[in-house]
Design a binder for this molecule. Structure first.
Ligand code: NAD
Ligand code: TYD
Length: 393
C-alpha cells in the first residue's frame, strides 16, 4: 500500500543542472586502496568507480565494524578488478604489506605482485556517528586519527622512500600517487555564514575533533614530506546503503514500521544535503584533476532544517506528521553547517546534478526495495544501541 502510493509520487532523480565531468582519461590506470569501502559512502563510491573506469583496480580494506556490511558489495564480489580485505587501517603491519605488495603475493591474489600496490588511497574508513562519539570517543581516536596516520606513514614510506618531492614544482609530476582524505564539513563547526576552505577549524563533537586531527595530519604530511595529499570536506549525504543510525535512514525505516521519529531539540538545526552519487562524482573528479596539497569543499546548497526535512519525508511516504516526536537535544549540537563550493566549481568544473526532492524519493524507494537489508541490521545489536540512545530521552 505504502509502496504503491509512493511509486505514484516517484519522479526519480531529476537533474538540477547539466554539468558534464571533463574527460580526463589520459592518465595511467589507477590502483586504488579504498578504505572503509563496506560502509555507506565507500560502497557507493566503489560501485561508481567500477562502472565509470574500466581499467581501475580496487582493493577494499575494511574492518567490518557494526557499520560495515559486505552485502553492500555482493553484486561485485567476483569482479576481477575488485578484492576485499578484512582489516584495520590502524594495523601497521597489514597496511605496510599492502603498500609493499607482499600481502597480495602471500595471498595469491594476483600473478603479478607489483600490479596491485596502491598508487591511490581513498580513505573513507572512520567511526562516523556523532552520537556514538558522545557515548565513547575512544574508537574515534583509534581509527580516525591513528588509522589515518598509519596510512599516511605507509604511503610516505612506499611512495617517497627516502626522497621527498618538491611541492612547488609542477604538481603534475607528483602524479599518479594521490592520498585522498575524505573529510567532513563538521570540522569547521557551526556557522551563520558559509565556510570556505580557508575558514578556521572549530570542531565541537569528539567525532568532528577526530576528523579535524586527521585533516591536520594530512596537512603536515604534505608540508613536511610533500606527500601528495588532497582533503575533501563534504556536507551530509543521503542515499542507498546508509546505516539506519543516521537521521534519514532512521526516519525512513521508523516510518515504515509506524514508529516515532525522534527529533532533537527544536528541530531547527540546519544541514545541507547532498545525494551520495554527487559526492562520488566529486571525489572521482578530484582524483583526476585535483591538486596535491589542496582542500576542496563539496556540497549541493540544499539546506533544510531537520523539521522541514522530516515533514517532506513523511509527505513523500504518505505517513502522518504525528510520527514526529521531539526528544532531548544532542549535547553540543551544531546549529548549522553550510559550505561555500566556489573553489571546486571554478577550479575543477564540478557541480551537483541531483535535486534534493529526487534524491529523497530515490532513497525512500531504495529502503522500500531493500527491506531485508535494514531489517537484518535493526534486529541485531542495533536494537541495544537504539534502546540506549532513545528509550530515556
Ligand atoms: P560509515 O560509518 O557508513 O562507514 C565507515 C566504514 O569504515 C565501515 O564500513 C566500517 O566498517 C569501516 N571502518 C571503521 N573503522 C575502520 C578501521 N579501523 N579500519 C578499516 N575500516 C574501518 O561511514 P560513511 O557515512 O560511509 O562515511 C565515510 C567517510 O566519509 C567517513 O570518513 C566520514 O567522516 C566521511 N563523511 C561522511 C558524511 C556523511 O554524511 N555520511 C559526510 C561527509 C564526510
Ligand atoms: P546525523 O544524521 O546524525 O548527521 P550529523 O549529526 O553528522 O549532521 O544527524 C543529522 C541531523 O539530525 C542533526 O542535526 C541531528 C539530527 N538528528 C535528530 O534530530 N534525530 C535523530 O534521531 C538523529 C540520528 C539525528
Amino acid at each position: 500500500m505504502v509502496r504503491r502510493d509512493l511509486r505514484t509520487k516517484t519522479q526519480g532523480l531529476s537533474s538540477k543542472t547539466q554539468y558534464p565531468i571533463p574527460k580526463t582519461q589520459n592518465l595511467r590506470p589507477k590502483t586504488l586502496l579504498v578504505t572503509g569501502g563496506a560502509g555507506f559512502i565507500g560502497s557507493n563510491f566503489i560501485h561508481y568507480i567500477i562502472t565509470e573506469h574500466s581499467d581501475w583496480e580496487i582493493t577494499n580494506l575494511d574492518k567490518l565494524t557494526y557499520a560495515g556490511n559486505l552485502e553492500n558489495l555482493q553484486d561485485i564480489e567476483n569482479n576481477p578488478r575488485y578484492r576485499f580485505i578484512k582489516g584495520d587501517i590502524a594495523d601497521r603491519k597489514l597496511v605496510g604489506a599492502l603498500f609493499s605488495g607482499e600481502y597480495f603475493a602471500a595471498n595469491s591474489l594476483t600473478p603479478n605482485t607489483q600490479d596491485l600496490r596502491p598508487n591511490i588511497v581513498v580513505n573513507f574508513a572512520a567511526e562516523s556517528h556523532v552520537d556514538r562519539s558522545i557515548l565513547d570517543a575512544s574508537p574515534f581516536i583509534e581509527t580516525n586519527i591513528k588509522g589515518t596516520q598509519v596510512l599516511l606513514e605507509a604511503a610516505r614510506t612506499h611512495w617517497l622512500g627516502s626522497k621527498t618531492q618538491d611541492p612547488t614544482s609542477n604538481t603534475q609530476d607528483l602524479r599518479p600517487n594521490i592520498f585522498l582524505q575524505v573529510s567532513t564539513d563538521e570540522v569547521y563547526g557551526s556557522t551563520e555564514g558559509k565556510f570556505s576552505e580557508e575558514s578556521p577549524l572549530s570542531p565541537n563533537s569528539p567525532y568532528s575533533a577526530s576528523k579535524t586531527a586527521a585533516d591536520l595530519l594530512c596537512h603536515a604530511y604534505w608540508k613536511t614530506y610533500h606527500l601528495p595529499v588532497i582533503v575533501t570536506r563534504c556536507s551530509n549525504n543521503l542515499g542507498p546503503f546508509q546505516f539506519p543510525e543516521k537521521l534519514i535512514p532512521l526516519a525512513i525505516t521508523n516510518a515504515l514500521e509506524n514508529k516515532p521519529i525522534p527529533i532533537y531539540g527544536d528541530g531547527l538545526n540546519v544541514r545541507d544535503w547532498i545525494y551520495v552519487l554527487d559526492h562520488c562524482r566529486a571525489l572521482d573528479l578530484v582524483l583526476q584533476k585535483g591538486k596535491p596539497g589542496e582542500i576542496y569543499n563539496i556540497a549541493a546548497n540544499q539546506e533544510k532544517t531537520n523539521l522541514e526535512l522530516i515533514h517532506r519525508l513523511l509527505d513523500v511516504m504518505d505517513k502522518p506528521q504525528s510520527l514526529i516526536k521531539f526528544v532531548a537535544d544532542r549535547p553540543g549540537h551544531d546549529r548549522r553547517y553550510a559550505l561555500d563550493i566556489t573553489k571546486i566549481t571554478r577550479e575543477l568544473g564540478w557541480q551537483p546534478i541531483y535535486s534534493f526532492g529526487g534524491a529523497l524519493t530515490a532513497t525512500v524507494n531504495w529502503y522500500l526495495d531493500h527491506e531485508s537489508w535494514w531489517r537484518q541490521i535493526k534486529s541485531g545489536d542495533y536494537a541495544k544501541y537504539y534502546d540506549r540512545m532513545y528509550s530515556h530521552r
